[in-house]
Each structure stands twice: as structure tokens, then as C-alpha cells.
Design a protein around this ligand. Sequence first.
Ligand code: ATP
Length: 571
Amino acid sequence: MDKLPKCGANYTPLSPITFLHRAAAVYSQRTSIVYKSTKFTWKQTYDRCLRLASSLRSLNITKNDVVSVLAPNIPAMYEMHFGVPMAGAVLNTINTRLDPNNVATILRHSEAKLLFVDYQFVPLARQALEHLAADGTKLPVVVVIDEIDAPTGVRMGELEYEQLLMSGGEYHHKVEDEWDAIALNYTSGTTSAPKGVVYSHRGAYLSTISLLLQWGVGNEPVYLWSLPMFHCNGWTFTWGVAARGGTNVCIRNTAPAEMYRAIAEHKVTHMCCAPVLFNIMLEARPEDRTSRIEVLTGGAPPPAALLERIEEMGFHVTHAYGMTEATGPALVCEWMAEWDLRPVEERAELKARQGISVLSLEDVDVKDTKTMWSVPRDGRSLGEVVLRGSNVMKGYLKNSKDTAEAFKDGWFLTGDVGVIHPDGYLEIKDRSKDVIISGGENISSVELETVLYRHPMVLEAAVVAMPHARWGETPCAFVSLTKGGQVNVSEEDIISHCRSNMARFMVPKKVVFMDELPKTSTGKILKFKLRETAKEFQEISEKQTQVTIAKNPCTTQDTIQNTNHKPAILI
Ligand SMILES: Nc1ncnc2c1ncn2[C@@H]1O[C@H](COP(=O)(O)OP(=O)(O)OP(=O)(O)O)[C@@H](O)[C@H]1O
């Protein structure tokens, strides 16, 4: 048995590039991409990617060179997911919502050789390159991507994407080792400075296939690009849509009108988004929205109440949990048929659990990371979520310390705190840095937020620890309200809603109303900013016990609005 050797016929390096090669052969005339008036077939997409790879080689881009891109979900961004690794290079998609300094940090750290810039982001790229020039960093070659069907003429240097493509021949780098790097993605920076996560061809291939299976994506999906491709390569669906011969519906931004128009026009069947987008879609819901759309959501805990509301509109939601280091989704809340018989509220609660591992992971567990012992599967015992398997990153670029700390005894430590239920489904209770420890009791901020979201006038909610002289920490809630709620709901209303729905020691001692909660560029609520604010309240309360008004609780660029209500100290 052992003497049977591997050979070219039975052992080939795994790479998602093969999905495109196959799509061009077997789905050649199917539509691959639609964007405004532009439409391509899979044969055309393949040809364009071969040209892109060839053009990159002519610009001296070779194996392991980093090619960065600042672009929305446009056809060029999609093509780069194949064309860049087909040149042997590593794709680094940069979050377009970052500021110039953050973009410069990524370009500097990744040592990008080439930067593609969508014409709308030229001002951002210019400022980022000024930062690099100021400290003498070698600048990348810049290629502007102009609007494909209506060129604007905006340029930054001489090179333009379509012209570059037209000048290219055909090139396809042969992947010799599936462990070679394919992509470099920076984490959101929610808890610490962003880290550069490196994916292998093998990891990308297996993650893509297993997520397609887990979500049950069949033949010819019509996939709406509502999730940025810059977020973990669109949770692998950049590669996945090619694998299923689907159609990529590209949109420049996720304004609800544009999304609803695309959904109706192209008969969208699938889309992904963070839960934050549900609020936006609910506020702008068209009256005639009925057709069923499969939605994969994740990136932050989706409150059960929000799931209930969005499903009423024909969006059939599947909940996934993951992170940049796990190539996007690592767990999916796979639905069990028997749950269909449960009451609506219970169904939403089951769906709000993060679920079970995708097939490409060998194992997932919740452990006490000091002893590395598993916690009991009782739905109550807290531990850290750990993963192992082919989804997990190669490591952090040029950061051996953080890489070493992230791996322990053959596991990747996620930094998330969770429980395992008796049925094997995992539920995230918090990020380890967000757990509130009050009088020795661990309080899950996610649990409190779930209750807050059940208040019909609450649009967004986040709970953080506020220092407390007696209890060490107590929960402080930050809430934004629906339009109707802004005139009607008081802090006392929210507190009394909490009192009726949770144990007394968990009830937030203070509620701060904001027009909108501060978020990271990937839509996660910036809890560390809220913690700073909560700390200020505590300091104020120690000095003066009377009612206090919040002064610009958050003042960073990420903050969208100041408070518009007058919170009272209730300690
Ligand atoms: N379905 C989900 N439910 C709860 N939390 C989730 C879910 N999906 C993702 N998350 C949270 O998002 C995190 C992963 O986010 P991401 O990789 O974008 O960067 P980040 O961890 O926010 O940034 P940084 O590591 O730089 O602080 C997870 O560790 C988890 O805390």
C-alpha cells in the first residue's frame, strides 16, 4: 500500500485558481460578472485574468511579491483574486474605509510592489503614498482602475487597468507547492493593531469548498456582492462563485437602493453581510420584497430579534462565525429540520448560536487555555474557542511573536469566549477582552445585548464594563434608537426592560443613548472606545453624584454621531 507513489496524475497542489480554469472550460458561456452595463462570460473572465497575470509579470511582479488593491466590489477587484496569484504574487486587498495613515501602514508593512487603485480612491491613495514618501519608504507602482463602462479619465501616474490588460499576453504561474501564499489580509484592529494574516493556496481552496458545502450553495448561484471583497476575500466567495459557475453581481456601494435594485434586476439568490447591514436594509425595505434570498451573516453576533425581523422580509439567514485568521467563516449554524417546529422566538435564538465547524477544520473546541482542558458541554461553562485545521492561517506576516502566541498545543486561540451546548453547537458569549467581571461574576456582554435588542425601539446596542468602586466592574449599555424610539424612550424604560428580562446583577447600571454607535471599518462596534467613555462616566460619578450629561462620548474619526440624549448616572 505504502509503495504506491504520488504522481502528477493523482496528487496536485490545491489552489482556488483551478476553479477559474474549470469554469472557463465547463461554464464558458455562462455570465460570470454583471456590473452596470458590463457583462462577462466565464471564458472572458479567464482570458482577462490570464492577461492580468501576464501584465503583472511584465511589470516585474514575481512569486511572493505583494500586490495591494484599494477598490470596491467591481469586476477588476474580482479578477485580481485570480489574476494576481496566477502571476505567482500575493493579493492584499485593503479596506477602503481606512484612513490614509492606516493604508500607509499596511503598504509599508506588506512591502507592496504594486498598488491598484479604483479611481474613486485616488485621493486616499495619494495621501497614503505621501506618508510613505515622507519616511523614505519605496513607493509601489500605481495602476488606476477607471470606471469600466464610462471612463472618467482620473489618473495617478501613467498606468490604467484596462490598458494594462489589453497589453498583456497569457500567463499562468504553476503552483508548485500548495503551502505557497495566495493572499495577505489585515485584521480589523478591533482589539489591537491590525495584523497581516497570510493564507496558503491550500487553505483558500479547502475553506472555499467547505463553506460552499456548509451553506448548501448549488449550481449557478446569482451572488450579490454586498460583503466587501476586501473582507477575507469576500469570505472566500470570490473563489467560490467560480467553483459553482455562478454570476457575480458587482455593486460599487451597499446603499439600500442599489442593493434592492440589483436584487430585483438580476434575481439574486445569495448574498453575505455583517448583521449591521440588516438594520440598513430594514429601514429602507421596499413594500413588494418577497422572493427568497439566502443570506450568510457573520463578523459580529447577530441579535436574535434582528434575525426574526429580517427573515420576515424573505431573507433566509444562515449564521456563521469566523475571523481573518480562519479564512473567514469557521463555524456555521447548520439548521436542523426538527427546529422548524419550534416557536419563532426560539428558532431565532437557536440561529443566533455560532454553530458547528466547517468541514475543512479538523476540530473546534472550547477550552480553559491555562490547562488546555475542554469545558463540559453544558451550555454554561465558559472557555476560549480554539480551532485547528486547514482554514487556519499560515501565520502573521513578519510577526513571529504574535504568531507564536496565537498557536498553542496544536490549536489556534481565537480570543473569543464561548460555551458548547449538549448538542455540540457553540455559542460565543464574548471576546475575552469584553467580558464584564462584576463582584466575581462573569457577565457576557453579548447576553445583555441580546436582551436590549428585544426592546422594539432599540436599533443598536453594546454593553461594556464600567469600573465600579464596590463591584470592580458593572455593565454600562450604549444604545441607539429607531426613529420612533428617539422621542419616546427614556433611560428608565431601558433599565426596566432589562430588569424584567435578566438577573438583577446583570442589569446595566447606566444607559447612554447615541445617534449611532462607533464602528470599525468592518462594521464592528468599537467597544474599546465605549469602554473609555464608560470609564469617564465612572470618574465623573465619583466626583459628583448628581445627573451628568455625556460630552461627546466618542470623538474618533470612527464615531459617527455624538449623543443626543442626556444619560443619568444610576450607580
Ligand atoms: N457570528 C459571530 N458572532 C460573534 N462574534 C463574531 C462572529 N463572527 C465574527 N465575530 C467576531 O469577529 C472576530 C473576527 O474579526 P476580524 O477577523 O475581522 O478582526 P478583529 O478580530 O475584529 O480584529 P483584531 O484581531 O485586529 O482585533 C471574531 O474573533 C469574533 O470576535
